[in-house]
Ligand binder design. Sequence first.
Ligand code: ZN
Length: 243
Amino acid sequence: MAGIGILGDIHGNLPALEAVLEHAGTLDGWLCVGDIVGYGPFPNECIDRVRGLDARCVTGNHDLGSTGLLDLSFFNVFARIACEWTNAALEPEAREWLSSLPAIDRAPDRPLIVHGSVRDPVWEYVMRTSVAAYNFELFNEALCFNGHTHVPMIFAFSGGHASEVEVFDGLSLDLLDGTRYMANVGSVGQPRDLDARACYCVLYPERKVLEYHRVEYPFERTQSRMSQEGLPEPLITRLAYGR
Ligand code: ZN
């Protein structure tokens, strides 16, 4: 039985996305926690690939910023420049699809999907147990997937108490009955946990297992295209270091 892939924070990094999809092989479906574009030089190509997966997908702050749906004064200067570049580069059909994504994806018996958090799907960073604990009070689903921090992380909630679960490449976590989880799936296209490799997850609903994977990709290809396009230097160099 194949699983369900979960990915996010692709950020227009096509070589990273292609490496993840090749590594994952054929799965039963895909979920995407947003930020398909912004920062990277291949926004249209990444949108095409995600649409081709028929993924259930939510929007992220960079998707909104790159389509004129969010005020760019909320972004730092490099993110803002990249959003402006992306906005100019987006093809009409890709822009229309990106603009149509919801902030929260929720349906009975399915994992909840948000970009940042349940409390604030667009902007909140869930990095601490206390922030996770507050968010667990706001939903009932057994599993919530999010992104936005670019750092893979899991919080578990049982008996009214939240705790952090250590995440590493190759983690295969047994999801316990009676425990709820918020799982940050890390970033495909711009990891920030000092590991330059692309990150994604696979959920096996019947076995109740969640796996984390890291995948090497030719980040030099992304970097050279970013240079050609005149994107900010700090956004280019960080890809080699995962920060
Ligand atoms: Zn992001």
